[in-house]
Design a protein around this ligand. Structure first.
Ligand code: PDD
Length: 281
């Protein structure tokens, strides 16, 4: 496998950045993940636009034009011979002597890209069965709208889920409301049959897959409420699922061991997943 690192394509095993990279020392950087279908980037625009916004919010200089970044992504996909999988892009504030304030102007941001194949057949099999979710307290900072590489709370939540035999963790605020998944956005079909997901005024990531699903809901004439839901409402829901690049839309069949609906992926989740995949392919 091959990685792009600051202007060069190198074998992944040799790919490296400085130990004084601010991404490494301060999590001072941002990232994006795209799904790759048939060698092409899914939801290309949405992820690019969010990347630009994350960089602007953190005042990290835009490292190269959108066109050049696209070439890097496509070339990384091509050199890894990925037909179906993901491509990962990370931009940090660059390498500089360790000191909290921003480094001197002119410090070049670090740009790294990797890509790998994902067995979408296996993912499909998982989606047909549905997965378990574990709830965890949301202990993150106040700017979860920025896609930073500071993911320690997310890592701890996901690990807790895996140790409990669940696949994803849903994070819960102090009011008992679900914010989002550790690396996904959270959704339910409430007991009135309405599709519910938290609004993006809240402290969550504005998922690109989430936006695509909102379009599909409008197209299908399904009723939507962008309003937070409690863990109890989720446990009583007809259906539950989560969305992200790579996972697309994954039906959830239990939350904290409580069966959702009849314990099988629901019809709405199943249909939306199919529509999303048809649109992306
Ligand atoms: N995660 N919420 C969080 C906290 C996320 O990290 C992600 C994506 C999402 C979904 O966003 P999108 O639909 O734009 O992928 C929501 C990526 C996939 C990751 O960290 O690997």
């Amino acid at each position: 496998r091959v990685a792009y690192v600051n202007g060069a394509y190198v074998p992944l095993s040799d790919a490296s950045v400085s130990v004084e990279d601010r991404g490494f020392q301060f999590a001072d950087g941002v990232y994006e993940v795209w799904s790759v279908f048939d060698g092409k980037l899914a939801d290309y625009e949405g992820h690019m636009t969010r990347l630009a916004r994350s960089l602007t919010e953190l005042r990290i200089p835009i490292p190269m034009t959108r066109q050049s970044l696209t070439v890097v992504l496509k070339e990384t996909i091509r050199r890894n011979r990925v037909r179906e999988g993901i491509v990962y892009l990370q931009v940090t504030r660059g390498a500089a002597r360790r000191d909290h304030p921003f480094p001197a102007p002119g410090t070049l941001p670090s740009v790294v890209a990797t890509s790998r194949s994902v067995d979408f057949q296996k993912a499909e099999a998982m989606a047909r069965k549905g997965v378990a979710v574990l709830t965890q307290p949301d202990i993150r900072w106040g700017r979860c709208d920025i896609k930073t590489v500071g993911l320690l709370p997310n890592v701890l939540a996901k690990q807790a889920a895996r140790e409990a035999g669940a696949y994803e963790a849903w994070m819960v605020d102090e009011l008992g409301l679900v914010t989002e998944g550790s690396s996904t956005n959270a959704w339910i079909i409430d007991k009135n049959g309405k599709v519910r997901t938290r609004d993006t005024q809240a402290n969550i990531l504005r998922g690109v897959t989430r936006a695509a699903i909102l379009d599909l809901l409008a197209q299908e004439g399904l009723e939507l409420e962008e309003r937070p839901f409690t863990v109890d409402e989720a446990k009583e829901a007809k259906e539950a699922f989560f969305t992200a690049a790579g996972a697309f839309l994954m039906p959830t069949v239990s939350i904290d061991g409580v069966k959702i609906g009849d314990g099988k992926p629901g019809p709405v989740a199943t249909k939306l997943r199919r529509l999303y995949l048809e649109r992306a392919r």
